[in-house]
Design a protein around this ligand. Sequence first.
Ligand SMILES: O=P(O)(O)OC[C@H]1O[C@H](O[C@H]2O[C@H](CO)[C@@H](O)[C@H](O)[C@H]2O)[C@H](O)[C@@H](O)[C@@H]1O
Ligand SMILES: O=c1ccn([C@@H]2O[C@H](COP(=O)(O)OP(=O)(O)O)[C@@H](O)[C@H]2O)c(=O)[nH]1
Length: 905
Amino acid sequence: MPGNLYNICSNLPATPTRLERLLRDRELRKYSKCLNDCEAELPSSTQDCFSPDLESSTCWFNDEELLEPVSASRSLNDDGERLDFRASKQRLLVVANRLPVSAVRHGEDSWQLEMSVGGLVTALLGVKEFDTRWIGWAGVNVPDEIGQKALAKALDEKRCIPVFLDEEVVHQYYNGYCNNILWPLFHYIGLPQEDRLATTRSFQSQFDAYKKANQLFADVVNEHYEEGDVVWCHDYHLMFLPKCLKERNSKMKVGWFLHTPFPSSEIHRMLPSRLELLRSVLAADLVGFHTYDYARHFVSACTRILGLEGTPEGVEDQGKLTRIAAFPVGIDSERFIKALELPEVQDHMKVLKQRFAGRKVMLGVDRLDMIKGIPQKILAFEKFLEENPNWRNKVVLLQIAVPTRTDVPEYQKLTSQVHEIVGRINGRFGSLTAVPIHHLDRSLDFHELCALYAVTDVALVTSLRDGMNLVSYEYVACQESKKGVLILSEFAGAAQSLGAGAILVNPWNVTEVASSIGYALNMPADEREKRHHHNFKHVISHTAQEWAATFVSELNVTIVEAQLRTRQIPPPLPIEVAVDRYSCSNNRLLILGFNATLTEPVDTLGRKDSQINEWEPKLRPDLQEPLRKLCDDPKTTVLILSGSARNNFSDYNLWLAAENGMFLRVTTGDWMTTMPENLSMEWVDSVKNVFEYFTDRTPRSQFEVRETSLIWNYKYSDVEFGRLQARDLLQHLWTGPISNASLDVVQGRRSVEGAAIDRILGEIVHNKGMKEPIDYVLCIGHFLTKDEDIYTFFEPELPSEVPASVRPQVPTQVRTSTAGSRAALLLKQNSMSAVEQNKSYSIDGDTLHLMVTDRISFQEGSSVLDLQANDYFSCSVARKRSNSRYRLQSSDEVVTLLRELADHR
Ligand SMILES: O=P(O)(O)OC[C@H]1O[C@H](O[C@H]2O[C@H](CO)[C@@H](O)[C@H](O)[C@H]2O)[C@H](O)[C@@H](O)[C@@H]1O
Ligand SMILES: O=c1ccn([C@@H]2O[C@H](COP(=O)(O)OP(=O)(O)O)[C@@H](O)[C@H]2O)c(=O)[nH]1
């Protein structure tokens, strides 16, 4: 029999969990590293026969400036199993705005490549385990074809592929949208005023350029993509890229990683393009951040701004799960540690030691960016000198301020501001022979930088916000002999990993930073040793290699899981078969959901959901005729399940069930309740009181009293607050007012129909005076997962290995005889069954529905259902995952189906 229940079940015992897969992957990685390390010690002839491809693998960069990719290979098959992990490396396309080299033109077809500066480049250069190609912008405008060809060729030797962006796009996309809008916003600086932007550089035109640039990146990726490649998109420049890539090829493995903080959803919601950016990032399979806080903010933005469900796994939208997790970046620590032995570095160290002999040296290394808190750092240093005159000639601050994004006016202003402060302090505390601050407006080469890291006594990182801050890692890596002190801003991502060994400061608190400087300079050797040791251990174990391997491994596992989930996608409904069986049967029951099944599709994007909406869904006009024909067919009973269909069917001869199946009517008749009359309603007053209390205290929530139920609706309230209040409310009710009452608590976006199908069926059979058992059931709808019990209600017996959790919840008063593949329902009529209490609930919707649960039951012996397996068709509409046997894509297909049925009486 078709149906995904069976597939799920057969997979259950054998399918490893995500964690099991990841742990296995990690072990394989360790094993592979171990093999590599052993190989390094073997004679080269042995290596050749052991692993021929390692020798021939293309160098990414040489060890002088850049790095070599040498490692064992890794790849996964469709089930996430490791294939021969030594045979071929997994291809990785790294897509980032900036290439690791920036190009400088020397002639029509001659280019010089220089190392780019920034943490993203440092981190990604440490990634060596994959067969990597880097796609990005070379930081230069190349309008002519000759220049482009020559540059592409030069870059190809470094395994880099250029994306050519013209000057105008760079202005609007990079200087404008990326660095003047997203960058300050993500670092809590806020947005620029629109009227300060020229009209040609409005939010909208910059956003358009941003999308255009992202599309250009996507074009290059598509050109170079090979099946099975992992495509890893980086940073806020490319938030649109996952969507562009997936639209073209939904099978592409796409990950996206943000190197900056992701701010609180309160900040993100200021962005005019907030919805589009979130949606396109969610197109990726895996989304990564440096810290758990950033990941949490992102999930919260998706919940609050897009109204999506955030789960511990990630964010779910219409059955599509985007996995969200934290992957703290690291550095290639070995590269720094080894560099300290190089003669060039030793020479630099000697010079520096001589130059600053007799003084303690403090170090700052930052791009000259407002997020780095350089003015705050210098002002704190000034305060320290002010308050500690004895240190004035004994300490010097070396500040390396690498020029960056120099075309953006805010950065130009910052340069002048910093120069002014440095000049003032040097004038104030300097002498004829020495100044307290050495400020350099330029970058250093790798060897100079390593020497500086190694000889200085204190590193001062005062970022106002910083995604991670790799300078702090590099400093720790180079301090094994000196055990210098790291003063680190608590607003840098690195504070989460190096916080225990560093002195953490709030850079806005100049007094605190000044006193931390004093503490660091006076710190006894044993405390320095302990603090350093703690951080050093972290830096050498949490490397860039490990970061990338973990991300890619998790991406591979995410894809495998998505594939397993897609096996839960039911097959399309075989309309011909459904129609054929229909025409052969004598007493048919058609159960139809209303919303998104018989109505036009609703646009659910964004916040419309959180606003009061008077819009009443209407029956599709093209369904009127077929539905009327079906209703008028004496061999067919039509039942529509809906809370919102009241006004739609007054002149159709059908059954309408509303309010959780509590109310039912033939559309031409009055509402009847499926509840017995003599129910106890004593609980209502005390519960009303509780509901009123919570309504007062939950803005935008509403409370409604119905005949046999009370409804508290918080769908227009703040999502998270509403859920918390609902949890509190329920806890209070269970322990007090309803502890002894016979009630169902139902939580959901709409009234739940599934739970009441037995009652409804009984009522219809009785009311219609049905003589023949029902021998055909078609049940279609766009139901929430928790309401899908209705599909399984009619299923013939499931195999015994099916766990209880996926078995249909058959109500106790309904007896099913399940010989073979035939299901029969025997209902007792008009005798009261024992009162049941049903108190399970889950917080996953936005209404709380309290209702009485005494159930009607029917006379023993009247058989109302005689259903063969192949005369039952459960079918979800517009759902990617479902427990139904079949699916229809949209209500358009419902129209086709009902028309066909109507033509076959
Ligand atoms: O490419 P630029 O515009 O010149 O800027 C340089 C990079 O700055 C940012 O670096 C971030 O990434 C680091 C590594 O993950 C992280 O430690 C740091 O906190 C971030 O600021 C930016 O995110 C990169 O895209 C730039 O390339
Ligand atoms: O003269 C310099 C100064 C810094 N850096 C590098 O720039 C990176 C800065 O990364 P970080 O994560 O600290 O901040 P970002 O600049 O990416 O915001 C570090 O790897 C430094 O080694 C460099 O290559 N040359």
